[in-house]
Design a protein around this ligand. Structure first.
Ligand code: F6P
Length: 556
């Protein structure tokens, strides 16, 4: 197979980038008053403006030609058809089937799955409704008002992000807690505020073998049993979300309280599955269904819209342009919405675990860059932290700005202030401020010529920093669902263009295996250990230091 960088479409884009070097986005906007209209579109309740990227019609045409040449449409169809597109794990990738609705008829690798999906959703609904209605209660008859989700990665980030995002929809009196870190403080701090009689543990793990989750689940079980509960009470206080029935049963969760999903659901794509139970428990099953419906609307758009009018494909192509042709190595996700404060963390896993790959599907190293470093914080907080680098740093960082035009409940003029900041930042990043403009501003402020000379270079902004803006009327379960599906499909499209498998994660395995290996070398408190010799001098030295400090500490 010819390397992608030798493809004519890739070469054309390389030439486009060279030709564009002397043109600024200011110039592009000045030349074309219609730019906003041409480089924006609506789908599934979202509006995307990608006009503040350094693109032109010719560039967009070449990007679309690249997508076609990489077989994006056929690959998309193969995903929806349930083909085994996750080739290294020999699995279909069918999270779209989880939110396809009652009439869907999806098959994974030829086997029908929609009836199973709907059956599991019905079980989740019964359970969530029963907890909400007080039919399911704790061992002493008290309502289960606290839910502790124990999981990590996709079994934590998705539900936690969605629960935070949907705060206005929370069931009164219900509180969800998310414990992920194997650091015992995370569980201990969480439990210190809870009453075992009113706490429901939801153990979320696709594999039910993840070290951190099992350690937390075991300690949670001990805490519960030490509160005077008996083994048979576990059924009332523990649920499990997993693909691994055997391990769930071995852990002691009642099969009635196990909600299943399947190996064709990737961990970071799993919040639509049983993993979403914690969302349903916090916002009610109806709102969880609305979240699925929002994603379904984006799926329908992604599946049917021609690539040139396809929101996930366009967002992906703009990302490819920035990453591969403008050499932009980092991408910021900047939600101007406090309730979306966990979105950057969620997308970090979705994007970086999916597209942080260095070999193609054929096993050969790729000859081009793949996923960027992704980070973010909600606006306006980020403005007072890392935006300095975004505006004036030596590296160019691309960004997605995300905002809702209206808030669930508006407090004074806060939302206007928030929106004004959102708009000001995208304008500033695009336009910048020339040194001449900086000089004029300083002169208008009455500064002496020498002072102007001294300060003007520091006050100039190069601009030309690409941003995309995603707007919604309001953040609701539906628009949140559409937003998350937009990003899922964007990541998929980029993976196809880069020729990598976005659905495996072998890169996390080495560290896991070494941690198992090192574990027996770490002494308990007060234990004396012989010097470590099995590894490099740095790792041995660190083990010895840790053991020395731990050896001097007795007890707890
Ligand atoms: O370590 C990576 C990973 O496998 C993620 O892909 C996954 O979301 C996370 O661990 C948790 O896995 P599980 O749900 O099987 O506990």
């Amino acid at each position: 197979m010819t390397s992608i960088v030798d493809a004519p479409e890739w070469r054309a884009l390389t030439k486009n980038a060279e030709a564009l070097a002397g043109t600024s986005m200011r110039d592009l906007f000045a030349r074309d008053p219609d730019r906003f209209r041409r480089y924006s579109l609506s789908a599934a309740g979202l509006f995307l403006d990608f006009s503040k990227n350094k693109i032109s019609d010719e560039i967009l045409d070449n990007l679309l030609a690249l997508a076609k040449a990489r077989g994006l449409e056929a690959r998309r169809d193969a995903m929806f058809a349930g083909d085994k597109i996750n080739e290294t794990e020999d699995r279909p990738v069918l999270h779209v089937a989880l939110r396809a609705g009652a009439d869907a008829a999806y098959a994974a690798g030829g086997a029908p799955v929609s009836a199973l999906v709907n059956e599991e959703l019905a079980r989740m609904k019964r359970f969530a409704d029963a907890v909400q209605g007080g039919k399911v209660r704790g061992r002493t008859g008290k309502a289960l008002v606290n839910v502790v989700n124990i999981g990590i990665g996709g079994s934590d980030l998705g539900p936690q992000m969605a629960v935070e995002a949907l705060r206005p929809y929370w069931i009164k009196g219900r509180r969800s807690h998310f414990v992920s870190n194997v650091d015992g403080r995370h569980l201990a701090d969480t439990l210190s505020e809870l009453d075992p009689e009113t706490t429901l543990f939801v153990i979320a793990s696709k594999t039910f073998t993840t070290q951190e989750t099992l350690a937390n689940a075991r300690s949670a079980k001990d805490w519960f049993l030490n509160s005077g509960a008996r083994e048979e009470d576990i059924a009332k206080h523990f649920a499990a979300l997993s693909t691994n029935e055997e391990a769930v049963t071995a852990f002691g969760v009642d099969p009635e309280n196990m909600f299943r999903f399947w190996d064709w659901v990737g961990g970071r794509y799993s919040l639509w599955s049983a993993i979403g139970l914690s969302i349903a428990l916090q916002v009610g099953f109806q709102n969880f269904e609305k979240l699925l419906a929002g994603a379904r609307a984006m799926d329908a758009h992604f599946r049917a819209a021609p690539l040139g009018e396809n929101m996930p494909a366009l967002l992906a192509l703009v990302g490819v342009w920035n990453r591969n042709f403008l050499d932009i190595r980092a991408h910021a996700v900047l939600p101007y919405d406090q309730h979306l404060h966990r979105l950057p963390a969620y997308l970090q896993q979705a994007d970086m675990e999916s597209n942080g790959k260095r070999v193609g599907l054929d096993g050969a190293p790729v000859a081009h860059e793949t996923g960027p470093v992704l980070f973010g914080e909600p606006g306006t907080n980020g403005q007072h932290a890392f935006y300095q680098l975004l505006h004036q740093g030596t590296d160019i960082v691309s960004a997605d700005f995300i905002a809702a035009a209206t808030a669930a409940s508006e407090l004074g003029d806060h939302h206007q202030l928030l929106l004004a900041n959102f708009l000001a930042q995208t304008e500033a990043l695009m336009r910048g401020r020339t040194e001449a403009e900086a000089r004029a501003d300083l002169a208008a402020a009455g500064l002496a010529p020498a002072e102007i000379d001294r300060l003007a270079p520091h006050k100039a902004f190069p601009g030309d920093r690409p941003t995309s803006s995603i707007l919604m009327d309001r953040l609701t379960p539906e628009t949140l669902g559409a937003l998350l599906a937009l990003y899922e499909h964007k990541i998929f499209c980029q993976g196809v263009i880069w020729g990598i498998n976005s659905f495996d994660q072998w890169g996390v395995e080495l560290g896991k295996a070494l941690a198992q290996d090192i574990l027996p070398e770490i002494g308990g408190p007060g234990e004396t250990r012989p010097p470590a010799t099995a590894r490099d001098s740095s790792t041995n030295g660190l083990i010895d230091r840790v053991n020395k400090a731990r050896g001097q500490r007795s007890g707890r």
